[in-house]
Design a protein around this ligand. Structure first.
Ligand code: FAD
Length: 455
């Protein structure tokens, strides 16, 4: 399947990529960009103006031209969260990854800048902090998720950026701010400086919860290590021989899809200075003594000394949602939204749908998942309004452009069962063209096309 890519082909890929990346053919074929699907005058309320909420509002605006569409969200600023990694890598400025919510919203979508404080699906309204009750005929939940750094004993979110602790995830989508990129960049440079004089041990940890943006911490592992080899604009020279990286995970894999995992594990072996600790779940840190405490699969506690640590925090559904009638009450996806994984309709409240990280379904916590879900949501919500059969099924698509070094990305597109490559090239081969696409095309595609529901 693999074939050499000429520069000309590469440019073709980039041109196509702006319109199609993150839309595998199964979904793309069914996308309806132009035809309205319902002319009924109904009240649609969308909660959240992140990736999922913006996609839902743009798509439903087009598909249901007579509907009153209200979006409730507090964030004046919208964050392109995937770009945090390139800020850390020193390749984006902070303002490359933000835009004003008001400028991204379609005309004729009413924005209530507020927070939902309770969901009342039996009475078809949401309660807000400042604007009272807001009633709906159809509700779309796009609330995202929240970090729970505090679930690790001795750790709190305000410790990130101090004492050798970094986390590429750290952001506040409700305020539209992110310190993750810049503080991780400073962290990388401190390690570089220390390693020019002495041996340094860097620890990377993963939680045992489901996470969004799967692979973002692997990006930091590989990009940092490449930077320490003197790449990525680093003028300090190769200090990697003084650095020992340890990647600790509660799982028995590095990446949740076997064939991509193999590629990544091979890179880890090849690096020479990355060790792995499988089935190690971080439960506590002593940031003064720089000790991390893990529990292994047998329940035994294990201590690891470190000089620097990168933490992927435990994640959970926002409290206002966990406590609501819409959440799953038990099991692996406890607190997340109880939806049919194919139709995205709530399992009990038939006028409620969901999109994005809030869904209690496998893997699907990426912007690319939300993009594919947007097509399904558009057609199924309008079908519900028209009392028709649902025409679309979400196939569980997710995506992770794993950055294996400066200039090389493994474009992992998959669902629980199989790889779902958008392009015709061998999906298991890391390439510079995916790096180019990720670095130079995706940000524009995100703000100009995805936010407008056009890809
Ligand atoms: C470091 C990092 C790297 C990533 N890399 C990638 C990548 O390469 N590719 C990819 O596809 N995805 C990536 N992701 C994941 C992607 O950003 C998320 O999956 C996506 O943003 C989820 O969209 P969402 O709408 O569900 O949630 P969000 O975009 O987080 O939006 C949540 C919205 O809900 C609002 N909200 C919260 N509480 C309330 C309330 N009480 N009332 C009203 N509104 C509320 C917020 O203000 C916000 O508008 C990455 C994420 C991170 C952090």
């Amino acid at each position: 399947m693999d074939n050499k890519l000429s520069r000309r082909d590469a440019l073709k890929v980039m041109g196509i990529g702006a319109g199609t990346l993150f839309l595998p053919s199964e979904s793309k074929a069914k996308t309806n960009l132009s035809m309205p699907a319902s002319h009924k005058k109904v009240d649609i309320v969308i909660v959240g103006a992140g990736t999922g909420g913006m996609i839902a509002s743009a798509r439903l605006r087009r598909a249901a031209p007579n509907a009153n569409i209200t979006i409730i969200a507090p964030n004046k600023i919208h964050l392109y969260q995937a770009g945090q990694v390139f800020v850390a890598a020193g390749l984006y400025m902070q303002n490359d990854i933000t835009a004003k919510t008001s400028e991204l919203l379609e005309d004729n979508v009413k924005w209530v800048q507020d927070e939902v404080t309770s969901f009342e699906p039996d009475k078809n309204f949401v309660q807000t902090a400042k604007n009272g009750k807001i009633e709906y005929d159809y509700l779309i939940v796009a609330l995202g998720l929240e970090y729970n750094y505090e679930a690790i004993k001795g750790l709190s979110a305000d410790m990130i950026g101090h004492n050798g602790v970094a986390s590429i995830y750290l952001n506040d989508v409700k305020k539209g701010v992110s310190k993750a990129g810049l503080s991780t960049n400073v962290w990388m440079n401190s390690i570089q400086e220390d390693a020019s004089e002495k041996s340094v041990k860097v620890l990377y940890t993963q939680p045992d919860t489901s996470i969004k943006g799967v692979g973002a911490d692997l990006d930091i592992l590989f990009l940092s290590n490449d930077y320490f080899k003197g790449h990525g604009g680093n003028k300090g020279g190769d200090v990697s021989k003084n650095i020992e990286n340890i990647y600790a995970t509660p799982h028995n894999y590095l990446f949740p899809f076997n064939k991509y995992d193999k590629v990544i594990q091979n890179r880890v072996k090849k690096a020479g200075n990355i060790n792995t600790l499988f089935e190690h779940n971080l439960i506590e840190i002593d940031s003064q003594k720089k000790i991390a405490i893990f529990k292994d699969a047998s329940g035994k506690e294990i201590q690891e000394k470190y000089d620097y640590i990168h933490i992927t925090p435990p994640m959970q559904a926002p409290k206002v949602f966990r406590d609501s009638l819409l959440s799953i009450k038990d099991g692996k996806y406890k607190g997340y939204m109880d939806v049919n994984p194919k139709t995205l309709q709530h399992n009990r409240y038939k006028n409620v749908f969901g999109i994005g990280d809030i869904l209690g379904i496998p893997l699907a916590k990426t912007g690319g998942s939300a993009q594919v879900q947007g097509v399904v949501l558009q057609d199924n919500v309008t079908a519900a309004i028209e009392n028709k059969k649902f025409p679309q099924k979400y196939n569980g698509y997710t995506v992770s452009p794993v950055k294996l070094k400066y200039g090389e990305v493994l474009l992992a597109e998959f669902n629980k069962k199989k790889a779902l490559p958008t392009f015709w090239l061998d999906p298991y081969k890391p390439r510079w063209i995916w790096w180019e696409l990720d670095l130079h095309v995706m940000r524009y595609a995100y703000f100009s096309l995805m936010m407008r529901g056009m890809m």
